[in-house]
Write a new protein. Structure first.
Ligand SMILES: [Zn+2]
Length: 424
């Protein structure tokens, strides 16, 4: 197997791979790639070699001590950041050189003409965003633990731009709306969580004059995608992917239409990622051209964050809670499933839907679907004391629906790493 690459990409990948293998600071990739016995890497064979490299996962990063994974001489200024930990696993610790992030700042704030901004994130989070924001205009750093006070100050200094998470903004609005004419808000930059369709509609009604700007990134990799003025008006999860910073693969690679986003650094970052599985799904919009001047490819994200746990409606769901019930049906379905989580706006309230996709063995029948749905809705437990059926009674969730997946679709050909998929 091989991939076709242009000469510039070949050159960059050869350089990065050599950098990783000959690295004086870390033997992480030397050890990882040792079984491949790689040698004589050059621009003629990189296409073959690259696709033979094993993928990198978050678990791989977790398994090695943070200081064993630094690939550059650490010099100031740099920052140590971390991902949030998942159940039973710690956070991944990441080292980032701050000067290299200035391009991100230009892309994020270059076009925004703000008078005064509010930065509203928990302490220690989104510091990269903050450092680039304060270079662009005056910024008030709000306190998400004191929303009332933050709203009063924000109204006195007449903010017109907000950088925050959708959840924080929902909460902040309770205090900001009575204190300030929120039609004065011109830009809202969402970061940290995806913005669901339901939230988008909700905020669109509240902020009629604001442009919403979504950033797509993850702590391990920093900024991955940006929205220009044109894309932010479309209000769909379409991004310019940072092809200057990453070599981007979509797996399964045979059909480059939809699949999982896999990233390789094109620059020598302290925390170097090579073929890193993001767990995020999407596809390139190859036939579309954006009218802005950015030369980055267009990518539409869907089913972000395939993972083992999902926070929805104040409750944490784990893949295992679904698995316990579904394994009773292994005579009828394959040992594989995905639970998709959605949000909907109903009047002024956000409701959650869950669709569980399973792959039937043999023919599809309606009775099996009903039995699966009944079992899931009646037996699913959130904790020892708490059952899912109570969440349905409280109107927070609608009853779980079951869908039979076609085993031949691309997505199911790919081994599933995570079984919960968030669509918000
Ligand atoms: Zn654009």
């Amino acid at each position: 197997m091989s991939i076709s690459l242009n000469s510039q990409t070949k050159k960059a990948l050869v350089e990065i791979l050599k950098f990783s293998l000959e690295n004086p600071y870390s033997d992480f990739y030397r050890r990882k790639y040792a079984p491949l016995k790689l040698k004589h890497i050059n621009e003629d064979n990189i296409g073959n070699i690259f696709v033979s490299l094993p993928l990198l996962t978050k678990d791989d990063l977790l398994a090695s001590p943070p200081f064993d994974r630094i690939f550059t001489k650490i010099h100031s200024p740099y920052v140590i950041s971390s991902t949030s930990g998942t159940t039973g696993k710690g956070p991944v610790i990441i080292f980032i050189n701050t000067p290299s992030e200035t391009a991100e700042g230009q892309l994020t704030w270059g076009k925004i003409n703000a008078q005064c901004g509010l930065f509203l994130f928990p302490p220690g989070v989104q510091w990269q965003l903050l450092t680039t924001m304060i270079r662009a205009f005056p910024v008030y750093i709000g306190n998400p633990y004191q929303m009332k006070e933050t709203a009063e100050i924000a109204s006195r200094i007449k903010i017109d731009t907000i950088a925050t998470t959708p959840t924080a903004l929902q909460h902040f609005l309770i205090f900001l709306e009575p204190a300030y004419d929120i039609s004065k808000i011109k830009h809202i930059l969402f970061r940290g969580e995806p913005l669901s369709k339901a939230q988008q509609t909700f905020f669109r009604n509240k902020f009629p004059n604001a442009i919403f700007n979504l950033l797509y990134g993850m702590r391990e990799a920093g900024q991955i995608g940006v929205q220009c003025d044109v894309l932010s008006m479309r209000e769909e999860p379409i991004y310019h992917l940072r092809s200057d910073k990453f070599f981007i693969e979509i797996l399964p690679a045979e059909n480059e239409e939809a699949g999982e986003l896999v990233l390789t650094h094109l620059r020598k970052d302290p925390t170097l990622l090579i073929r890193y599985r993001t767990g995020d799904l999407g596809w390139f919009l190859r036939d579309e051209k954006c009218s802005c001047e950015l030369n980055f490819p267009l990518f539409k994200l869907f089913g972000r964050n395939r993972r083992e746990t999902i926070h929805a409606g104040g409750v944490v769901f784990e893949a295992e809670t679904f698995n316990v019930i579904l394994k009773d049906f292994l005579e009828n379905i394959q040992n594989n499933f995905e639970a998709h989580f959605y949000q909907r706006l109903i009047q002024d309230k956000i409701q959650y839907d869950i669709v569980v996709r399973v792959i039937p063995k043999g023919s599809v029948n309606e009775m099996l679907k009903i039995r699966l749905e009944e079992s899931l809705n009646n037996r699913l437990r959130i904790s020892n004391r708490f059952s899912f059926s109570e969440l349905i009674r409280q109107d927070l969730f609608s009853p779980i629906k079951v869908e039979f997946a076609d085993p031949d679709t691309q997505i199911y050909k790919m081994p599933l790493l995570y079984k919960l998929v968030s669509h918000f």
